[in-house]
Write a protein that binds this ligand. Structure first.
Ligand SMILES: *Cc1c(COP(=O)(O)O)cnc(C)c1O
Length: 361
């Protein structure tokens, strides 16, 4: 007998999202390098603005996020009318699936693609469709080959998580050119700030009416705990998403913190500069230890071990040293560990621990 109270199709197929671990049994202050957080924290100006906003917590927040959208638009040269803010960029991904994909529709992404694409597609009742990557890189031809008359959305993170690789704008444009007319391309720019010279997809959004960009305050801006992200796209898409957005989806504290953060470009620029130096040092150190690693365009590196057993052993050894990294098994990369670039002293600890691990092998 079918239970009379049952959720919509697809929902029970969702496996709960696994966040980066933050605790190790018996270690009081582990070094957390498992969620690609900014190791320097948020801008002090953002912290101050949030403190002020806290005292106004009896007031409902703005429903249209005007001051935050204007700040984002001024800093990045966007049209504020075509910015939509969400509870993390995860919420924008969710709105896109809810608005554009339903039962019988397909949502396309790649082998090592970010976990929320599948979750949001299933939540909307659509069919998630995964195509292979080539050597841990998004493969445009595989995506084009995966298009059908049912494809409504394509999600690509650029730079990608957990691989840290990226595509150039020519490749992205080739994909956009190949899209059937019912299909929207979503460029997830969660790590765009870390990729030197990359606009996150802005130019492509401006040129076409079938491309949307998502961005976040969770990574470079150090505000993962605040939950603020945004989307940028054609007016017709933004108007659609705003109809399903809760009027008070962002708190007053979140709006104030994000606005101050985006206006403090000196802070984020310095975080990005240190990340680039430390990322190069971490990759160099890993390779010296005989641990393979692709070039990274983000704030983390993907260390590749000989096999899953060696990756598990390395993960266990790092834990014994109080260091938490991410084992991206659910991303089809069981022989890898994803390591967030930390402060210089954090990266020293990681490299020293892996040197001991390799030495003892
Ligand atoms: C972290 C991340 C996001 C978004 O996170 P929010 O905190 O919801 O903004 C989106 N895409 C990718 C690929 C990420 O790694």
């Amino acid at each position: 007998m079918t239970a009379p109270i049952r959720p919509q199709p697809g929902i029970l197929d969702i496996a709960l999202y696994q966040g980066g671990a933050s605790k190790i049994e018996g270690q009081s202050e582990p070094l957390k390098l498992s969620s690609n957080e900014n190791p320097f924290g948020p801008s002090p100006a953002a912290v101050e603005a949030m403190g002020k906003a806290l005292a106004e917590s009896h007031r409902y927040p703005s429903t249209d996020h005007g001051p935050l959208r204007v700040a984002i638009a001024e800093v990045y040269g966007l049209d504020a009318e075509r910015v939509i803010c969400g509870v993390g960029s995860d919420e924008i991904i969710h709105f896109l699936c809810q608005a554009y994909a339903g039962p019988g529709d397909e949502v396309l992404y790649t082998e090592h693609g970010f976990g929320m694409y599948r979750i949001s597609a299933l939540a909307a009742g659509a069919d998630p469709v995964e195509v292979p990557e080539t050597e841990r890189r998004v493969d445009i031809d595989a995506l084009i080959g995966g298009l059908t008359e049912r494809t409504r959305l394509i999600f690509i993170a650029n730079p990608a998580n957990p691989t840290a690789t990226m595509l150039d704008s020519g490749e992205m444009e080739r994909l956009a050119d190949a899209l059937p007319e019912q299909c929207l391309l979503v460029l997830d720019g969660a790590y765009a700030e870390f990729a030197a010279g990359y606009d996150g997809g802005t130019a492509l959004v401006e040129k076409r009416d079938n491309v949307v960009m998502t961005r976040t305050f969770s990574k470079a801006y150090g505000l993962g705990g605040l939950r603020v992200g945004y989307g940028y796209g054609p007016q017709h898409v933004i108007d659609t998403l705003n109809r399903i957005r809760g009027p008070f989806n962002l708190s007053g504290v979140a709006l104030a913190g994000a606005e101050a953060a985006v206006r403090d470009q000196d802070w984020v620029a310095e975080c990005i500069r240190v990340n680039a130096d430390e990322r190069a040092r971490l990759i160099g150190g890993l390779r010296q230890l005989g641990i393979a690693c692709d070039d990274s365009h983000a704030n983390f590196v993907l260390a590749r071990f000989a096999d899953e057993a060696e990756a598990n052993a390395a993960d266990g050894f790092l834990k014994s040293q109080g260091i938490i990294v991410r084992a991206p098994k659910s991303y089809g990369l069981p022989h890898c560990l994803r390591i967030t670039v930390g402060r210089p002293e954090d990266n020293d600890r990681v490299l020293a621990a892996l040197a001991s691990f390799k030495g003892a092998e």
